[in-house]
Write a protein that binds this ligand. Sequence first.
Ligand code: SF4
Ligand code: SF4
Ligand code: SF4
Ligand code: FES
Length: 898
Amino acid sequence: MGLKPATNPDVEAVAIELSIDGKSVTAKGGVSLYDVISSTGKIIPAMCYHYTFDPFGSCGMCLVMQEGKKAPVRSCTAKAAAGMIIRTEGDDLFQARKKAVEKHLSVHPLDCPVCDADGHCELQDTAFRHGVTNLANAKQKFIPEDTRSPVLDFNMNRCIACAECINVCKDVLMIDALQFMKKGGFNQVVPKGDLALSCEFCGDCLAVCPVGAITNKFSKYLYKPWQMKKTTTTCNYCGDGCQMYLETKDAEVVRVTSPLSWKNKWGDRAETAKGHGGLCVRGRFGFEYIDSAARLKQPLLRKGNQLVETPWLETMHQVVDRFSEIRRKHGPDAIAGLITARCTNEELYLFQKLMRAGFQTNHLDSSARYGHLNFVHASRHALGIGRSPNDWEDLTKAKAVLLIGSNITETNPLTAVRIKEAIRVYKAQVVVIDSTVTNMAKLASHPVLIKPGTEGLVIDGIVKATLDLDLIDEDSIKKHPQAFKALKAAVAHISLEQVAAHTGMSVESLKNTAAIFAEASPSIILCAEGIVRQPHGYQNVLKLIDLAWVTGKLGRPGCGVNTVTEEPNEQGAVDMGAAPEFLPGQASFNDQTARDRFAKAWDVSLPAAGSGANLVEILKRCRSGQIRGLYVIGENPLATLPASMEVRAALDRLELLVVQDPFLTDTARMAHAVLPACTSAEKDGTFTNLEGRVLRVREAMDPLGESLPDWHIMTALANALGCQWEYESSNDIQAEIMKLLPGYYNLGQPRKVVPTVDRYLSNGYATDVAARYRASAPSDSKNRRPFVLLMGQVLYHSGKLSTKAPGLITIAPNTGRLRMNPQDMERLAVGEGTTVRLTSDLGSMQLAVQPDQSITPQTCFFPEHFNEPPVKDLMSVQVDPTTGVPSFKQTRVTIEKA
Ligand code: SF4
Ligand code: SF4
Ligand code: SF4
Ligand code: FES
């Protein structure tokens, strides 16, 4: 049974007895009477109720009779009390509820034939159930529709003032973008201040609106609910792995909905710790890339200087002949492959099998190399686990969350909603350490603003403060006295005052953070792009693990060091072995037992142990001419990596570049052959989300044009190369993975991973630890370039894929402008739109500026999704010596008025 969000569902409440329809029921005292009634299996009408937020009590539908009271009571706002005698049925209640429906209908426009909610409307359903036929007194409100928002239209003629939209936005999302306002004699829902809607555009208000008062701009008037095919699948934008319904009509995607709906309003409040079922703006409104006119529908083959549409057969012949020739003349090491982590597990598995068993090369990599592998390697090295140990429920129920280097509401918005619930319902202390004023920092109990690039130093300070304040967990360190001694020695030279001076985080705040993390239980660390995509990312994750170890948070239920993944299947890419260092199951590529097992299963000899080039190395070898043929699936290194990586030169030198993608990307334009691939909406498979949950991706529509699923193209290619693969569906590949990695598909539940630190602490830790606390000596503060340029993700976009979704581009177009703190703009005497010269050690360019309060002084920001102007080319690249992860999201610059 659910308690309301104002109350922590875990808090003990007095057990009470009450009577419902003559049956004795035990409940927790003080909870909503409505919840107690629903827990008995009785569903009474309730139009303003939703289990995810506090009851509002406006619709007058949930009426019950309570002994001792003359009039019916609203059960949603009534609190259950011992001895209550409640009746939920009877003609008197039916008539009272019917009156309530009639009241709503008396000011409702009855424009059902043109309303998007027709056939999906709680008011319609309730009127039908109560036999409401007399509508003669219906009055029109004549309120003009508010169409100012880019994604939602507000038709307040239809509003029944239930406040579900306001409540979900305020309580669950903590955004609070809507309010009631009395206008034209009616209580209307308006964006705050009655201005144009300014919010995260998640559409959760649309989802819970029980009538057609809030409508989706992209699908308005396009459908009737019963005309649509609804496919349950997993979002293809980020690693949160939200479940969504892709609704299609005549091979067109019409809208995206999700489990959060007024139709799904009866749930257990405690269950929301696992997710509230909503979506973010990308998931809900970013679907238009799927049937975009820009999709590739035919293979393209380079003929002279042009890419020309060519039949599949001819294109594949060319691709196979030319790859085979390169292999024959120069050996398998002259071939390499790159794949995006937007592919399914089955495709990632097949990709590495194709490279290793088909081409016989171990030069392969995925987009997990852009940062996630820093986390995976550190976590495997220290703890023996290659992913985040905690799930959403752990995060929601943590008593302390240390969020460092993560603008989580922008990158992983639904994981952010879990932290919001931790703050609001479970009263967690949340420390947000970032160089930007993030949205989460505004909600956190302890927001800490630091100088960009000093995250590693901040961790040094927190570890040092933990030791100084003796916040250590005796049980954890007593097993490993040598390791503890080594850690103490390693941090002995650190001065908190110096850390404070270099990072901007005060000594008091360092100590306070150490205390909050150590003393709360359970407590969780969550690090992201500001750690794993930055130089020393691997070492910095190890330091966070040190912190968790000495405070006794390793292996303890609900505690751990975690990260988030930016693309939907970065974890799957690593798990499936799409990296030169890993075979499937994260077995080391050099592990002889694992090699034997896979060689036997695939009936091949694997490329030599120790061989294999990662992304950076592959590009280098392309430039040097060692690699002559490159197979790129869904990746776009030319548009992603800075000019200093010389990607164009690398691709130019290739004898054969084959790009397989739904779109003609910058990299594809350089290709010799382009193979049209489907999006995830047109294929089956699975993604592994950031919790380690394996989630189904389902085919919602037929492949567009002649595009094909990546697994299908790879199978054809492998067979033409001489393999004998018999996969006819993604299920066939899944069956093979199941045999090789038993337990991987764990029915949607993440496999529990238990960190074990003992081996690490007693084996090489002392040498390791000394090196890593030396590694992050502060950079030269007298740098002649006074600003730090940051590139990163924004909420409305994901990689370059979202830029193909017109809805998201309407909300967040490329302004081509550099975002700066208004104070800096004033100091430089530049106004909005003024052109400045932005100069790094690698080059210079002119672009306009725009003010942004979330950007801290002395920093500036440009979204990584856009290359006009090519700001990324000012970035230098630092490659992690252990993990090969290239960092290129931060550099020092000067800004002058042009
Ligand atoms: S779209 Fe989301 S953020 Fe915007 S008003 Fe609706 S619920 Fe709030
Ligand atoms: S707009 Fe919809 S959800 Fe919001 S108050 Fe009106 S009827 Fe309720
Ligand atoms: S949070 Fe991530 S997975 Fe969920 S809807 Fe948004 S982009 Fe998709
Ligand atoms: S559900 Fe109780 S008053 Fe609306």
